[in-house]
Ligand binder design. Structure first.
Ligand code: G6P
Length: 373
């Protein structure tokens, strides 16, 4: 009903606008009065956490892309290897699991059968499983050793939006907690990273407040495009994959997400006059070498006639030179940037689907939660 949608004309619209709250609520209550991370709710003892020497994230769809983002952050902060594996692949390849492996099962619904079967397999092999889940009491948290709930609130639209930013937030809290118990970071480093995380809801809100008209206009311009490439590097790579997934899920447009560095190893063959390419541009500050590399990728495809849509940090001068359309996002540290970069892509997919007359909340052939293997 209209009331359930809180004044928005679709659940997806409502839920994208809840991205800031989803991040904020997922952070709430996880810091004690000294500002230390306190995961009392998690039923794994600190000394067991301390012993962990590897993380394997298992998930499907959007949740797996949240896991890929977390890999960059957790490896950087905690200095232990983090693998991310699609749950349906994981179980059938004889993965290496020990009692010191922490398996993190990420699932919005907590009912995805592939993820549930993978976590059962991990526990049978003696590993501990921690669920990151948005649904209280669902099968995945029930069968895990511990759970860290995302507090995004119920997500109704089939294509996941606010759950994604909440999953990244929860995985980051877990990563910083591990850094704390393992002594992998100085206390003030953990504090400043948490401060950066706490600032993200406000930055997401800025996008919702200032960029929607430009995004709508771009969707109108691109509505008849047959295919899109999405390219990003580092944490922008999983964001590109997620942006591509959103657009194919609800606008039924053929999309591919790639690591921008792969451009010359294949995707550039697809680039033709007018081919739309979405670039996730890393921050330009501090002579970021990744920024220069992504910009040179943009130049290369621009020279071949591509239509460039860039998601870029406010004030990036290079982007303005080459991009046909820019979705601006506020300045944020690299590891925090997925929380802002994904938002325009969620809005863009929704606008495209609406312009094509599709039901954005219930795309054809897809289910909110896939409870069969
Ligand atoms: C389905 C949904 C996706 C979701 C995936 C994983 O494919 O359509 O939006 O990302 O399942 O769902 P989960 O509930 O485990 O996060």
């Amino acid at each position: 009903s209209a009331a359930e949608k809180g004044g928005w004309d679709s659940f997806m619209d409502k839920e994208i606008h809840e991205d800031p709250a989803a991040v904020q609520r997922t952070l709430l209550g996880r810091l004690d009065k000294h500002g230390d991370i306190n995961l009392d709710e998690v039923r794994i003892e600190p000394h067991d956490f301390k012993a962990i020497d590897k993380i394997i994230v298992i998930a499907c769809g959007t949740a797996a892309y949240a896991g890929m983002v977390a890999k960059y952050a957790i490896e950087h902060w905690v200095r232990i290897p983090v693998e991310v594996e699609l749950a349906h692949e994981f179980r059938y390849r004889d993965p290496i699991l020990t009692p010191r492996t922490l398996v993190v099962a990420i699932s919005q619904s907590g009912e995805t059968m592939d993820t549930l079967m993978a976590l059962r397999h991990a526990r049978e092999q003696g590993s501990k499983v921690l669920a990151i889940c948005n649904t209280q009491g669902a099968s995945i948290p029930r069968e895990s050793d511990a759970v860290l709930y995302t507090h995004a609130g119920p997500e109704v639209a089939v294509a996941s939006t606010k759950a994604f930013v909440a999953q990244i937030t929860a995985a980051y809290v877990l990563g910083l907690y591990l850094a704390q118990v393992k002594g992998a970071m100085f206390r003030d480093e953990i504090q400043s990273t948490l401060d950066a995380l706490k600032a993200m809801p406000r930055k997401i809100q800025w996008i919702l407040d200032t960029q929607t008209a430009a995004i709508q206009k771009a969707a109108e311009q691109m509505v008849n495009a047959k295919s899109f490439l999405f390219l990003g590097r580092h944490v922008g790579y999983p964001v590109a994959m997620e942006g591509a997934l959103k657009l194919k899920e609800i606008a039924y447009t053929f999309t591919e997400g790639f690591a921008a560095g792969e451009l010359k190893h294949g995707p550039i063959a697809l680039v033709d006059e007018g081919e739309p390419i979405v670039f996730i541009v890393p921050p330009a500050r501090g002579r970021n070498v990744l920024h220069a590399k992504v910009i040179s990728g943009i130049e290369e495809v621009k020279a071949r006639g591509a239509f460039i849509i860039a998601v870029a940090e406010e004030g990036d001068p290079d982007v303005e030179r080459y991009a046909d359309v820019v979705f601006w996002r506020p300045k944020a540290p690299t590891l925090m940037s997925p929380l802002v970069d994904v938002v325009p892509l969620q809005l863009f997919a929704m606008d495209m689907a609406k312009l094509k007359g599709y039901d954005v909340d219930k795309p054809r052939n897809l289910a909110k939660s896939v409870t069969v293997e």
